[in-house]
Design a protein around this ligand. Structure first.
Ligand code: DGT
Ligand code: CA
Ligand code: CA
Length: 576
């Protein structure tokens, strides 16, 4: 049974959680967390490295002890250290930690004082007002817990798009190798590039007898087979992700693809347009009476209701049908349109590679420029730069640029926006940068007006270029902070600043609806990887997916500009 990097990451995270509840040394806990992030983000399966006898300790953050645990998991599928730790606690206790506001310390108190081990027990205790009585808790915490429990019920079963991709893509390739299979497509929210997916909806067509259904239920990642018919089967994978597979006829493929891509709201509108024309539209085709008039391709389905084909990312019933009718659909930005990347880190702070390695990786992906934007001093956990170190890096970049061909490194910085809206580095050094990316990394809970004011004030600073991950949300774990995004976008317009769409799979921030706002206000969006490792440049595709959901075209995106034009656009930012 292959052990995935994601499985190893989950084990390391669980160990870190349990060590935290136990009150262990923070350094030890952080080592496990870092190792988990390393596993999640590396391109090569750790299992392959073990099979080839490669040295795991070459990986950043992996020492002898962690390497031994990885080998153990790959070889035995188990981790004894985790099993030992688990034995000390009730098995459900780590689920409590996933709730916002409940750290290990509070979980320990709940467990020690109220014997709370499960979400159900937690809910009951909150309802009976037993939690507010505990030391370190209060009325407000109790209310927050109840609210979080309600949200949790919806969220817990959804997978981040990039995580779903780790399972979806190999499964689709595996199915494509079935006998007599013609097409395999992943439809549903996955195809719409939604930031999280509830389940996967796969479609296949065959010519003649095929073993695709049997292969599907026998896939070695399958944990349970929930349904297994001739043309439809549903399984649950070991990771918990549910997958539907439907086999449809070639004549129905387009109709089925359109139907199962959704969204439901979009499809309802399309069916209504069909009804206006006395047409019946379902997953088998478009019918006039009994006669099928379309369905082999998606284009034919849309054509039947008088529309051009609509890109899946737009199918959310947010005006796309109207735009299609008027011939005003945007020509959406594509990955190949990106000319550069405006947010990346190196070993100088919390990245894992050198300047040169990052530059070469970006160049290999066809990029013409790469901005290095290290953290500023305030972010001590990331070993942020002070003016002296930043200037040293700028000198190094100048030297490197002289020796590089085909790519230009831009001198940037990701400077913290402090609580009062001032920046974490003095103007003198910021003015020496090619671009200044400003970011909120603390005080997420300020009242809306204060938070907005803080960011507006920061944007007024000379040379502020791009607002990083504008909402601050972390998908599934941290809500966006309260902020007046329209005000910020308008200020960006007035000051000649830009907004970032951070492509990290946990962020995808600027969010799609705010991309639309930015576009409406003529503010360009920078799709940036926030790369800490070479393989993180791969995440740009998820950023492009979110941008497409936000209706952005090539023209709406800052880093589709060639270097010269980019530099002149960045110069517009404030001349005192
Ligand atoms: P998810 O899985 O929650 O991330 O979201 P989707 O959009 O993948 O939704 P899912 O898996 O429930 O269904 C896949 C698609 O199938 C959905 O986007 C539209 C279509 N569909 C499902 N149920 C219905 C329905 O009751 N009516 C219509 N018109 N379409 C439906
Ligand atoms: Ca789905
Ligand atoms: Ca489904």
């Amino acid at each position: 049974m292959p052990v995935h990097n994601a499985d190893i990451a989950a084990v390391f995270d669980e160990i870190a959680d349990l060590l935290e509840i136990q009150g262990e040394n923070p350094f030890r806990i952080r080592a496990y967390r870092n190792a988990a992030r390393q596993m999640e983000s590396m391109g090569m399966p750790a299992a392959d490295m073990v099979a080839k006898g490669e040295d795991l300790t070459e990986l950043p953050g992996i020492g002898d002890d962690l390497a031994a645990k990885i080998r153990e998991m790959v070889e035995t599928g188990k981790c004894k250290a985790l099993e030992k730790l688990r034995a000390k606690f009730p098995p459900t206790i780590t689920t409590l930690l996933k709730l916002p506001g409940l750290g290990p310390k509070r979980v320990k108190t709940l467990y020690d004082k109220l014997k709370i081990k499960t979400l159900e027990q937690l809910k009951a205790a909150a309802r009976e007002h037993r939690i507010r009585e505990l030391e370190g808790f209060g009325d407000k915490t109790e209310a927050t817990i109840l609210e979080a429990l309600e949200q949790h019920a919806e969220q817990v079963t959804r997978f981040k798009l990039a995580v779903a991709a780790q399972y979806a893509e190999p499964l689709a390739s595996y199915l494509k190798r079935s006998r007599n299979v013609k097409q395999v497509e992943i439809a549903g929210s996955y195809r719409r590039c939604k930031e999280t997916v509830g389940d996967l909806d796969l479609l296949a067509t065959t010519k003649g007898a095929s073993n695709v259904m049997d292969r599907f239920v026998k896939y070695d990642e399958v944990r349970d087979v929930l349904a297994h018919g001739e043309t439809r089967a549903t399984v649950r994978l070991k990771c918990g992700l549910q997958v539907d597979l439907r086999v449809v006829s070639t004549e129905s493929f387009g109709a089925a693809l359109q139907y199962f891509t959704g969204s439901k709201a979009h499809n309802i509108e399309i069916r209504r347009l069909g009804q206006d024309r006395k047409l019946k539209i379902n997953e088998y085709g478009v019918f006039k009476g009994k006669k099928s008039i379309a369905g082999a391709t998606e284009e034919s389905v849309y054509r039947a209701v008088g529309l051009p084909w609509i890109a899946p990312e737009l199918r959310e019933d947010r005006g796309e049908i109207e735009a299609a009718r008027k011939g005003k659909l945007p020509k959406l930005v594509e990955l190949s349109d990106l000319r550069g990347d405006l947010h990346a880190h190196t070993k100088a702070t919390d990245g894992h590679h050198t300047l040169k390695e990052m530059a070469e990786a970006a160049k290999a992906r066809g990029l013409e420029y790469l901005a290095i934007t290290e953290h500023s001093r305030r972010l001590t956990v990331a070993h942020g730069l002070d003016p002296h170190r930043l200037r040293k890096q700028m000198e190094e970049i100048d030297r490197l640029n002289q020796n590089l061909s085909g790519i230009t490194i831009l001198k940037g910085v990701e400077v913290d926006i402090l609580e009062d809206g001032s920046l974490d580095l003095p103007d003198e050094v910021l003015t020496e940068c090619d671009l200044v990316v400003g970011a909120v990394h603390s005080k997420f809970h300020l009242p809306r007006a204060k938070q907005t004011q803080r960011i507006l004030r920061a944007m007024e600073r000379p040379y502020f270029s791009i607002l990083a991950h504008p909402s601050g949300r972390l998908i599934g774990s941290r809500e966006a902070y309260e902020v007046d995004m329209l005000k910020i976008i308008r200020a960006a317009k007035a000051r000649g600043c830009f907004l970032e769409l951070n492509a990290h799979p946990e962020r995808l921030d600027l969010m799609d609806v705010n991309c639309q706002l930015a576009k409406d206000e003529n503010v360009l969006v920078a799709i940036s990887s926030d790369a800490h490792r070479l393989q993180d440049f791969d995440n740009l595709k998820y950023g492009v997916g979110q941008a497409r959901r936000g209706w952005l075209t090539k023209d709406d995106v800052l880093n589709t500009r060639p270097l010269k034009l980019l530099v002149s656009l960045l110069r517009r930012t404030i001349k005192k």
